[in-house]
Design a protein around this ligand. Structure first.
Ligand code: FE2
Length: 297
């Protein structure tokens, strides 16, 4: 069952969208600006990590902070489309410099419950989403200057995945990749291929001309990196779900494909940091410290 859209899309609102590609993780972070004010949001920021050395840095985040300042913008929101497993969020770092509220899907509590167990977190790790400033339910709205943004629940890759729809632009996180990239895996704890298919069909309820912005691109077959497409393009050409591929076909394909994929290189640090809204966990003496659960994932 595809749940109907919980809002009416307004294509007359056209946010200015600037993408920032992170080469280390193939992530695209966005500055989304209200054309009628100085207000903006940042979607899916990235903190740099040299995992082998246990060293973090903020080159990518600093680029975005500099850009917000250069344009004289006011940062109102730091949005996470989901708990990323392949890069670390820089939301708290950016918030320190520019302000704004950090928001994620309310089902983050499910993700925290699952990975709180896997990482054997103590009772001091809150599983209620309280590390975030705002938890979005399906259909919730928020303002970016004069624009109204809507959170659309699109689970499947993870339970907390949300697509954020702002005027004629939608930020799909890892539900979809570019048409020649297909879709994201659905085999992480709490993921589900059928649910992902249904969520993609939900995105397809948006008008065909809606601009879609990807969270990742890997430049399949050697093409240059791209991150913007439309609902119409995805429906017509997506290699996993386009051209009316059925739910059963998708589940079979996705499940078989996922069985061949290795874990993302940064899944262990990413989950520990991102389920804390981008804060690095601390050991009992207060030093930043990450864990590796042996045979736990
Ligand atoms: Fe992801």
């Amino acid at each position: 069952m595809i749940a109907p859209l919980p809002f009416t899309p307004d294509l007359s609102v056209k946010p200015e969208v600037e993408g920032f590609f992170d080469e280390a993780t193939n992530t695209i972070s966005y500055i989304v600006k209200d054309p009628n004010s100085d207000a903006c949001a940042i979607i899916d920021s990235v903190m740099d990590i040299d995992y082998a050395a246990g060293r973090i840095a903020y080159v990518h985040a600093d680029r975005m902070i500099a850009r917000v300042r250069e344009r004289g913008l006011k940062l109102e929101w730091l949005i996470e489309t989901h708990v990323h497993a392949d890069h670390l969020s820089a939301a708290p770092y950016i918030q320190q410099h520019l302000g704004g509220k950090i928001g994620i899907g309310a089902k983050i509590t499910v993700v925290q419950e699952t990975f709180g167990k896997i990482f054997n977190e103590g009772t001091e790790f809150q599983r209620d989403g309280s590390q975030f400033d705002r938890l979005f339910e399906d259909g919730d709205s928020y303002r970016i200057g004069t624009m109204t943004a809507y959170a659309l629940a699109t689970p499947g890759h993870t339970p907390a995945c949300m697509t954020h729809v702002i005027g004629d632009a939608a930020f799909v996180g890892d539900t979809l990749f570019m048409p020649d990239g297909g879709s994201a895996r659905a085999d992480f704890p709490g993921g589900d291929a059928g649910t992902l298919y249904d969520s993609i069909q939900r995105i397809f309820l948006l008008p065909d001309e809606t601009r879609l912005f990807m969270c990742h691109d890997y430049g399949p077959n050697g093409r240059e990196i791209r991150w913007e497409t439309t609902v119409g393009e995805e429906k017509a050409h997506n290699i996993h779900v386009g051209q009316g591929r059925t739910r059963e076909e998708f589940i079979k394909f996705r499940t078989e494909r996922d069985a061949t994929l290795s874990m993302p290189k940064l899944i262990i640090p990413s989950l520990q940091v991102n389920m804390r809204a981008g804060e690095i966990p601390k050991d009992p003496t207060g030093r930043p410290m990450l864990k590796v659960p042996v045979n736990g994932l």
